[in-house]
Ligand binder design. Structure first.
Ligand SMILES: [Zn+2]
Length: 415
């Protein structure tokens, strides 16, 4: 593979507020080979003169759903796989153009899409997926209406399982263990569970804790053996607390958190991935896009507390990751997450949330989200200083002069 040599770069390494200037960085075989304040000799390398601009790690969106082609789950199902895949390509291409060189698909992603990305069938971000989300019957992953009778679809003839595009229903320790193993067999990077009620499901209140302790601990144990981890969808503080207590590593949303729970999460070293933009977008556009009425009410309720919840997490020192959770035609609001978070966080805090912190959560420290020898060469050149002005990254990639993913130049406007 061609070598790349960046010169005269100001480097934000994903963590430190101190950015070294006049730096050289050599990429070979898709990895960062060397970072130096002195010229690196590499006669074969393609040279990119950064011209004193900021070179930073490619960003990570830790909460996406590539196959969520519509705000209404019923329509996601009805449109079929081809439509969902076309949407996935549209949203992943857009994410990379915005500077997200890694995404974590935290519900509904699969090996087929991962393999298509890995084989270069389309040009998108590094793709990690949790497979189908485990939900209890009547939980946030159960999208059957209250008047519907149970439908059973036989999987492999050995059990009866209810599932949809994003979730699989599993009740009791045995089913939870089996479903966990099944997702891991299919290449899941981690396991996601529904730890509380949610916005988009029709029959469960948002404040409800979901899954019993023994079920959650059984899933966590399976993941620990696999050297993987569990992520849990949680809105209320009570759900956040018990999931973290039972061994969950990453909490999704955490919208209705309180100060005491935020301190508990920080103490335990768990992570939270707030998703402001989906709530804001649903409040604004949900009715117009046909989001079900009962779900719309839940979104409006969550929005009232979402921003102050993030402030509580910040005060407690929780490790916070960047995530968006967008669905359907809202996919193009991904960068707006930065704008919404600016009410609470500094640019440096947000830069870490989109680089080194999610890398740690994903157990990929030193591999992605950082500039260091040995890391994947996922790199961005930003026009202007993102440590002073985060809006540079909220402009759908317009201020990115260069985008490199795995040593491959995706965009370069510099000589
Ligand atoms: Zn989600």
């Amino acid at each position: 593979m061609t070598q790349l040599l960046f010169k005269n770069a100001r480097i934000f390494d994903g963590t430190s507020a101190e950015c070294a200037e006049g730096m050289y960085l050599l990429v070979a075989d898709g990895r960062i080979q060397e970072v130096s304040d002195r010229p690196i000799s590499a006669s074969e390398a393609r040279v990119i003169d950064v011209g004193g601009r900021t070179l930073m790690p490619g960003m990570i969106d830790a909460h996406i759903h590539a196959f969520a082609s519509d705000v209404a789950v019923q329509r996601v199902e009805a449109m079929g796989e081809a439509y969902r895949t076309a949407h996935a390509l549209r949203m992943l291409t857009h994410a990379l153009d915005c500077g997200f060189t890694t995404v974590r698909d935290i519900g509904g992603g699969n090996y087929g899409l991962y393999k298509a990305a890995a084989d270069g069938l389309f040009v998108g971000p590094r793709y990690f997926y949790s497979g189908k989300i485990l939900s209890m019957t009547g939980g946030h992953g159960d999208f059957r209406q209250v008047e519907e009778s149970p439908r059973y679809q036989s999987v492999c003839g050995c059990s009866s399982t209810i599932f949809n595009t994003v979730a699989v229903i599993a009740d009791g320790v045995d089913e939870c263990i089996k479903s966990t193993r099944e997702q891991l067999r299919q290449g899941a990077h981690c396991i996601k569970i529904m730890g509380s009620g949610g916005v988009a499901s029709p029959t469960d209140p948002i404040w409800m804790n979901q899954y019993r302790e023994d079920e959650i601990r059984a899933i966590v144990n399976e993941c620990v053996e696999r050297r993987s981890y569990v992520s849990a969808h949680c809105h209320p503080a009570s759900a956040v607390r018990r999931c973290v207590e039972f061994g969950v590593r990453s909490i999704e949303h955490g919208t209705l958190i309180d100060a005491e729970t935020a301190r508990f999460v920080a103490e335990k070293g768990a992570y939270i991935v707030p998703t402001m933009v989906i709530i804001a977008a649903l409040v604004e556009l949900g009715r117009k896009l046909g989001f079900p009425a009962q779900s719309q009410e839940k979104a409006e309720y969550a929005w009232k507390q979402a921003i102050s919840g993030m402030d509580l997490m910040r005060q407690a020192g929780v490790k916070i990751c960047f995530g968006t959770d967008l669905m359907g035609s809202m996919y193009d609001q991904e960068c707006r997450e930065f704008t919404l978070r600016s009410e609470v966080f500094s640019p440096l805090e947000m830069l870490r949330q989109a680089t080194s912190i999610p890398a740690g959560m994903m157990m990929l420290e030193g591999q992605i989200g950082c500039i260091a020898p040995g890391a994947h060469a996922d790199l961005l050149v930003v026009e202007g200083d993102p440590l002073k002005d985060i809006s540079l990254l909220a402009a759908n990639g317009r201020n990115l002069r260069t985008i490199v993913r795995g040593g491959v130049v995706i965009r370069n406007e510099l000589l």
